[in-house]
Design a protein. Structure first.
Length: 135
């Protein structure tokens, strides 16, 4: 499987670790990471994922980000919007997207504890890729 990784630059310390974990997990599974793209924030992840999944050299993608709770409900809005958009992208392209965006409602400490969500997102994209090829 040829995998693209799209990650937010927001909350960079956490997301950098998520990218590292996703790349490591892809290697463990024998997947080829074709590209790693960094976008400004979680809101921008779906558009980059869509563009990459339109390419013939990308079989699936992983979306990474850490949305941390602030003083408003902005974290809830952004997380839900990104998840909804990623589902639509996956359905439209017929290619799997592993959701490794953590939140909403997380503290910084909780976000750091959820870095391994990136590896689970790689596992999900890989499993769906295999499943779809068997259907």
């Amino acid at each position: 499987m040829r995998l693209a990784i799209v990650a937010s630059r927001f909350n960079q310390e956490i997301v950098d670790s998520m990218v590292e974990r996703a790349v490591d997990r892809a290697r463990e599974l024998g997947l080829k990471v074709t590209t790693v793209v960094r976008v400004p924030g979680t809101f921008e992840v779906p558009l980059a994922v869509q563009r990459l999944l339109e390419r013939s050299d990308v079989d699936g993608a992983v979306a990474l980000g850490a949305v941390i709770k602030g003083e408003t409900k902005h974290d809830e809005v952004i997380t839900q919007a990104a998840a909804d958009a990623l589902i639509e992208v996956s359905l439209r392209t017929g290619k799997p997207v592993g959701l490794g965006i953590t939140g909403p409602g997380m503290t910084y400490k909780q976000a750091k504890a959820r870095i391994d969500a990136a590896a689970r997102a790689v596992d999900a994209a890989n499993s769906m890729h295999d499943l779809l090829h068997g259907l």
